[in-house]
Design a protein around this ligand. Structure first.
Ligand code: PRT
Ligand code: ZN
Length: 210
């Protein structure tokens, strides 16, 4: 039997639910915060704990057979992977937001404006699809402070409750993409029997939750 590898987030918003779904599949493993790899004792599986940004490439390149990661990260990485199953957690929306006092009312008015984001690939495509010629300023975090600092006229970032936008004097303007955590596998290859077994278990865990 082949020992599969599944890549999940080491720490962050998706870690706990990723571990939980695997445990609910009946998999036994230690979840030490310090280890980067954990061996499942009752299934041919190793769990790799990674930064979420690295997961799409690991699966694309076949270093991991499976991965659990947000769709936003997969699309931003431009990784070619197969979506095996949406997992129903980590739900959020990538949105463009503008300062409360901004007089921008339509998307065309973003032309010539600067938009700060950590998702330049997704944002560039969205702007192109909407014929908007804006300047995309890539920053790696805390994009919500951009407009207040005069760094940008708008931002494009992940929103879940909307609390962060609100506390930074911003309001949602348009929706760029919806995202949730998904189970991914290598593109264009037949599913190994071990992968099929795991997928079946994950699906029954999800059904039991409905
Ligand atoms: O360390 P590592 O690189 O692995 O983690 P990370 O810091 O890059 O990601 P992490 O753990 O913050 O998020 C992992 C994934 O969770 C994201 O890629 C999304 O798919 C998903 N997710 C769901 C979110 C949120 N909800 C979310 N609210 N990711 C980030 N946020 C942030 C957002 O960037 C903003 O700053 O939360 C803030 C907005 O939240 P609200 O509730 O105030 O609207
Ligand atoms: Zn990350």
């Amino acid at each position: 039997m082949k020992t599969l590898k599944i890549a999940i987030q080491k720490s962050g918003r998706l870690n706990e639910k990723s571990v939980e779904i695997l445990k609910n599949c009946g998999l036994s493993f230690e979840n030490y915060k310090s280890s980067l790899i954990s061996t499942v004792t009752n299934f041919p599986l190793e769990i790799l704990f990674l930064r979420d940004d690295d997961i799409p490439e690991y699966v694309q390149d076949g270093i991991a057979d499976l991965g659990i990661v947000g769709e936003n990260v997969i699309v931003e990485a431009g990784a070619e992977v197969t979506y095996l199953q949406k997992l129903g957690f980590g739900k959020c929306t990538l949105k463009i937001a503008i300062p409360n006092e901004s007089n921008i009312t339509g998307i065309a008015q973003l032309s010539g404006k600067a938009i700060a984001t950590s998702y330049p690939v997704i944002l560039e495509k969205y702007l192109k699809d909407n014929n908007v010629d804006a300047e995309v300023r890539t920053i790696s975090g805390s994009v919500e402070i951009g407009p207040g600092l005069g760094l940008s006229d708008a931002i494009c970032d992940i929103v879940s409750t909307g609390g962060t936008l609100k506390s930074n004097g911003l309001k949602p303007f348009s929706e760029v993409m919806k995202s949730e955590a998904v189970l991914i596998g290598k593109a264009g290859s037949d599913l190994l029997p071990e992968v099929q077994e795991l997928l079946q278990r994950i699906r029954s865990v999800l059904r039991a939750k409905e």
